[in-house]
Design a binder for this molecule. Structure first.
Ligand code: LMR
Length: 398
């Protein structure tokens, strides 16, 4: 069956991890996939999750199926985290949340749902965006287009370009927006810029789809939800894909959520009925374990406080590695100014390294970076930072 078929290319991000694992160089460094590492280079289970899991194992009485939409208590807690416990959107029932297999699962369920009711819509993504966004929406059958976002010359957002591009998006189309810690650039909108984007969404009538995978990695769990709160207060239809992969380090438990917000609770209920149909013919109902652990952390005030501290620790370590990278390059006499890396937020840095340099680093130093120059700053540690800085300094001279 496969004789005449060419092999598919490796995934732009996860394919790097496959290659990294096969690399025999003991100095190898994986700065590809967005996975947090502590300073020892490991991705530990958070202490709050360990405690929640311990209690769970002792008390869990069944492995029976969850509902199609997942655990309702998990969904309620997710809504509070996304919009705030006192949010009107939570109290009014204008939001419907399903538990999904990770943020990717949430995006795909949302994409399949939208395709059913907006078959002719185009999906607009920022240029650049997470490598998998286009793949997910293309797999659901969408035509995809870019809106201007990053300006390589200023290393910032081309906001005028972005706004005029969004003003030209036809009513009924879908626009994917990164709530915080933009992947891959690490550059976010200011509060005032979000107001302007929201005003365009309202006046032009396109549907926002918020990707919210890094809550807590910018300024904190509450501060990072500003944009989500603004959209909720606007009373429009929008979707949110969220994930506990990063902020609870639940990567392999595939613990995410898709939230559909509507102008009224009645509409949200209709949306929920259709999203359940979409899920039933895909994976039927979600895996339970990650959601139960996440819910336990969200419900228990002591575990929640512990979690807030652990998220802060991850966030602060990444920030410290940004400084170490920028200073390390400068102290090696690298002329190019990399100081903008310190201003970027979240796990990633669009480093400004060219594809040639990225390829050279992989070939000669076994340092793995995503094509386009995205570095997972959380992969830097005190043990590898000198090696990485030396290598980049050398690569830039080649
Ligand atoms: C990333 O961007 O590296 C992460 O979101 C992991 C993934 O699935 O690509």
């Amino acid at each position: 069956m496969w004789k005449e078929i060419d092999a598919a290319p490796a995934d732009a991000i996860l394919g790097l991890t496959e290659a990294f694992k096969k690399d025999a160089n003991p100095s190898k460094v994986n700065l590809g996939v967005g996975v947090y590492k502590d300073d020892q280079g490991t991705t530990p289970v958070l202490k709050c999750i360990k405690a929640a899991e311990k209690a769970l194992i002792e008390t869990q009485a069944t492995k029976g199926y969850l509902p199609i939409s997942g655990d309702p208590a998990y969904a309620a807690n997710v809504q509070k985290l996304l919009f705030g416990a006192d949010s009107e959107v939570v109290a009014s029932g204008r939001a419907a949340t399903i538990q999904s297999p990770g943020g990717t699962g949430a995006l795909r369920v949302g994409a399949d749902l939208l395709k059913k009711f907006k078959p002719d819509a185009t999906l607009w993504v920022s240029a650049p965006t997470w490598a998998n966004h286009k793949g997910i929406f293309a797999a659901a059958g969408f035509a995809i287009n870019d809106y201007i976002y990053y300006n390589p010359a200023t290393k910032g957002v081309d906001f005028d370009g972005m706004l005029s591009a969004l003003e030209a998006v036809p009513a009924g189309d879908i626009v994917l927006l990164h709530v915080c810690c933009h992947n891959p650039t690490g550059i976010d909108l200011s509060a005032d810029q979000w107001d302007q984007v929201l005003a365009v969404a309202v006046s032009k009538g396109w549907t926002p789809f918020l990707d919210f995978a890094y809550q807590g990695f910018g300024d904190g769990l509450e501060a990072d939800r500003d944009a989500a709160e603004k959209f909720a207060a606007a009373g429009i239809d929008f979707l949110v894909a969220s994930s506990f992969s990063k902020n609870m380090a639940l990567y392999n438990e595939r613990t995410g959520a898709l939230t559909l917000v509507s102008p009224t609770a009645e509409e949200a209920a209709v949306a929920m009925s259709h999203v359940k149909k979409t899920i039933r013919v895909n994976y039927s109902n979600p895996p339970a374990h990650g959601g139960l652990a996440a819910r336990a952390v969200l419900e228990d005030s002591a575990l929640y406080e512990q979690w807030v501290g652990e998220v802060a620790e991850m966030r602060e370590r990444i920030k410290a590695m940004r400084t170490a990278l920028v200073d390390g390059l400068a102290s090696r006499g690298v002329e190019q100014d990399f100081s903008y890396i310190k201003e970027q937020r979240g796990m990633f840095s669009l480093s400004g390294l060219s594809d040639e340099v990225v390829a050279w680093l992989r070939e000669n130093k076994s340092i793995y970076i995503v094509k386009g120059g995205r570095i997972n700053v959380a992969g830097l540690t005190s043990a590898n930072i000198d090696y990485v800085c030396d290598a980049i300094a050398e690569a830039l001279k080649v």
